[in-house]
Design a protein around this ligand. Structure first.
Ligand SMILES: Cc1ncc(COP(=O)(O)O)c(C=O)c1O
Length: 233
């Protein structure tokens, strides 16, 4: 991997030739290709300039060492707007490593849905464990909550219908979920997701279905407390 601006992983471009020389001199290693990764750490967008730099590095390595670099891996899902733009100068890039776009159907930089892909392949399902009317304003003197400072919400006053779903911060990043229509996330603790429901009043035992973003999906898929079910369409 070569560092091209996002400052996460990678050999600095000025050190690339030395690294290639070292790899070529080691009998147990094969130089399969050259790659870069952008966007993940500092949001650096893959564009004509940094992709042309990758191509130029590839051709300079090939010229110096008399080899053909088979794989030139331009990046991840953030490369798609560049790669799919009409008339793009693709240069030597012949490979991308796609995760989010394939799984969630979106490119990460602008968050737009990639044409032809489904942005709803995953949903998060949680069980309602409490459902009742409650005052919307807390009662008593207030301090910190289990996870920081209390949040005051505008429009509080009357009673509201509340639901608790058995999901929480132990399971996933609750900021990365999208509640169903008419349902608002009020907060979450370790294993309780507190919701206000404007329309339907789901009963205890009912299941609510949420949308889920990349960070929340990552945590849900690796959490031992979240079950996973694969359904063939
Ligand atoms: C080096 C590298 N390549 C590719 C990917 C896939 O990225 P994306 O999910 O944005 O397609 C990642 C994601 O973690 C990564 O770290």
């Amino acid at each position: 991997m070569v560092e091209l601006g996002d400052l996460r992983e990678g050999i600095m471009p000025a050190d690339l030739h030395d690294a290639v020389r070292t790899v070529l001199g080691l009998p147990g290693l094969v130089l399969a290709g050259i790659g870069t990764n952008l966007a993940c750490q500092n949001g650096i967008i893959p564009d004509e300039a940094n992709m042309a730099e990758l191509t130029a590095l590839t051709t300079s390595v090939e010229a110096e060492f008399g080899i053909t670099v088979a794989v030139v891996s331009g990046g991840n899902s953030a490369n798609l707007p560049w790669a799919l733009a009409p008339g793009v100068a693709i240069g030597r890039v012949n490979h991308l490593r796609l995760g989010e776009s394939l799984l969630l159907g979106r490119e990460p930089v602008g968050r737009s849905v990639v044409e032809g892909l489904d942005a709803h392949a995953f949903s998060l399902v949680g069980e309602v464990i409490e459902s009742q009317w409650k005052p919307s304003v807390p009662r008593g003197s207030r301090g910190r909550t289990a996870f920081g400072l209390p949040v005051d919400r505008p429009g509080e006053g009357a009673e509201e219908h509340r639901v608790i779903v058995a999901l929480g911060r132990q399971d996933l990043d609750v900021d990365g979920i999208v509640a169903p229509d008419g349902v608002q996330v009020l907060g979450a603790s370790s294993d309780h997701l507190v919701l206000r429901t404007a329309g339907a009043r789901p009963a205890v035992g009912a299941e609510l279905r949420f949308g889920i973003d990349y960070g929340a999906l990552l945590q849900a898929m690796t959490s031992p407390s979240v079950g996973r079910r694969y359904i063939r369409p």
